[in-house]
Design a binder for this molecule. Sequence first.
Ligand code: CA
Length: 279
Amino acid sequence: MTLLLMALGCCGVQAQGKTPLTFTVEGVAFNMVFVEGGEFMMGATEEQRDKAGQDEQPVHPVTLRNYYIGETEVTQELWVAVMGYNPSYFEGTNLPVERVSWQDAQKFVKKLSKLTNRNFRLPTEAEWEYAARGGNRSLGHVYSGGDNLDEVAWYDDNGGERTHRVGEKHANELGLFDMSGNVREWCSDWYDPYSGKDQRNPKGPKEGTERVLRGGGWSNMTDFLRVSFRNSFNPPRPATVSVCAWRCRIEMPSGAEDWSTVGPDQGCLKNVRWEAAVI
Ligand SMILES: [Ca+2]
């Protein structure tokens, strides 16, 4: 393995605690975007209501702590760097990886966590929706990043029946790409009706039969791309169509109070580099 452990160098921008983090694994870099926690209304809020399904009800308050989430869907390049093979039907370095089960996603984040000595995991459904809505910068759009779907997402009317390179459409209020469209994204939760109770950092039901998928994909109609739309899939079933992927969420190292206390190479293995992105 190529040794890529590098010094952080300039800026110390991670001291602000709110700038993207860049990790490099086997020469493949990816960004994790800071999402400042807060309270939001989850489910079929006013702008979603006309086309919302029953499972998007009731709208309920959710409070989340700070977290980081992937700037893009996991690319095939990153998947191969971590896992060593490519399961995708539509092959391309910067295309999102697909044809992966929920269990495959668990293996990926476990291995990525080991490589980086950081706690990567799938986002919870609440974390996914809050980020898709733009977090505390939300402008209240129907889709992630806007109300004009063609500007922000690949879906059945413009997708050409295939996936597309990540990051080609407009980003949302947090700088996240393709949360609506391109490929659907696995969340960590079991799929179940909402309880409607006030929730803090919810992780979903303790058991179930299907895992949550969010955001819709290249083969889906417009309604599937809404930020509150819910979908689910049998977790051990390999995707028979190329629409499943996920984003990673990163936990702060244990014992650290904020990112300003975490050194650039703290605990990283020698084939992994991380640094604060200069923006
Ligand atoms: Ca997506």
